[in-house]
Write a protein that binds this ligand. Structure first.
Ligand SMILES: Nc1nc2c(c(=O)[nH]1)N[C@H]1C(S)=C(S)[C@@H](COP(=O)(O)O)O[C@H]1N2
Ligand SMILES: [Mo]
Length: 224
C-alpha cells in the first residue's frame, strides 16, 4: 500500500495527464482510499473493510486473549469472558475515517480502557499506551490522558452486536473523538510506555493526536 501512496503523490505532482494514466493502473477502491485494503462490506451500513495485512485469521471467542503490560504494577491477561464480566459502557457517536467517509450514530459497547489501566496500576514515568493486534502488523498509540477518557473503549460490541471478525472482533479499540484509524481492530496487547510510540499509519505520516476535524490537515465537521 505504500506503493499506492507514493504513486498517488506522484500523480498529484505530475498533474492530470499522468494522474489519469496512473488511475488506470490502480483499482478504484485502492486509489480512493490508500489507508488499507478496502472493500464495501455487505450490509455493514456504510462501513468499509480495512486490513493492512490482507486477510486475518479469525480467533475464536474461547481462544481470545488480551494482555496488559509494560509500566504497570500488575500485568494481566483477559479472556473474552473476563472482559464481559467487567462494567460495560455504551457510546453512540459518529465514526469518521481520515479518508472522508462517515457513518453516523454508531453504538459501541465495552470496557473503559481507563478501568483496565487502573486495574493494572500505571507506574510513575509512564506517559503513553501502545496497542498491538493479532493480525501481527497493525499498531496504535494514545497518550495516557487520552487513554483515560470516558469515550475510549475496549469494545466488545459494535452496532449492538458482538464485534464481527471483519470489524476487528472479538475485541477492538474504539477511540470516539478521533479518526477511525486510532480504533485498532483485532486488539491483542495493551502496553504502558514511557513515551508515545507511533502506530502503523502514524509512522507513515498520519497525526498521533488524531482529533476529528483538527488534525491531518482536515476540517471535517465535528462528530457527535
Ligand atoms: N488491525 C487493524 N486495525 C485497523 C485498521 C487496520 O488496517 N488493521 N485500519 C484502521 C482504519 S484506517 C479504519 S478507517 C478502521 C476501519 O474499521 P472497519 O474495517 O471496521 O470499517 O479500522 C482501523 N483499525
Ligand atoms: Mo481509516
Amino acid at each position: 500500500m505504500l506503493g499506492v501512496i507514493a504513486l498517488g503523490a506522484a500523480g498529484v505532482a505530475a498533474g492530470p495527464a499522468l494522474s489519469n494514466s496512473l488511475d488506470s493502473l490502480l483499482s478504484g477502491l485502492s486509489r480512493q482510499d490508500p489507508t488499507g485494503l478496502t472493500g464495501l462490506l455487505p450490509n455493514a451500513g456504510g462501513f468499509r473493510y480495512y486490513s493492512v495485512t490482507g486477510p486475518v485469521k479469525p480467533v475464536a471467542a474461547a481462544d481470545y486473549r488480551l494482555t496488559v503490560g509494560g509500566l504497570v504494577d500488575r500485568p494481566a491477561g483477559y479472556g473474552l469472558a473476563d472482559l464481559q464480566a467487567l462494567p460495560q459502557h455504551r457510546i453512540v457517536h459518529d465514526v469518521q475515517c481520515v479518508t472522508g467517509w462517515r457513518v453516523p450514530a454508531t453504538p459501541f459497547e465495552g470496557v473503559r480502557l481507563a478501568d483496565l489501566l487502573d486495574a493494572a496500576g500505571v507506574r510513575s514515568g509512564a506517559t503513553a499506551v501502545h496497542f498491538s493486534c493479532f493480525d501481527g502488523s497493525y499498531t496504535e498509540s494514545l497518550t495516557l490522558d487520552q487513554a483515560r477518557r470516558d469515550d475510549v473503549l475496549v469494545a466488545l460490541k459494535m452496532q449492538d452486536q458482538p464485534v464481527s471478525h471483519d470489524h476487528g472482533g472479538p475485541v477492538r479499540l474504539y477511540v470516539a473523538p478521533m479518526y477511525f484509524y486510532k480504533s485498532a481492530k483485532w486488539l491483542s496487547g495493551i502496553t504502558v510506555t514511557p513515551t508515545v510510540q507511533r502506530g502503523y499509519w502514524e509512522q507513515n505520516g498520519y497525526d498521533v493526536d488524531a482529533w476529528v476535524g483538527k488534525s491531518n490537515g482536515r476540517d471535517d465537521a465535528p462528530t457527535s
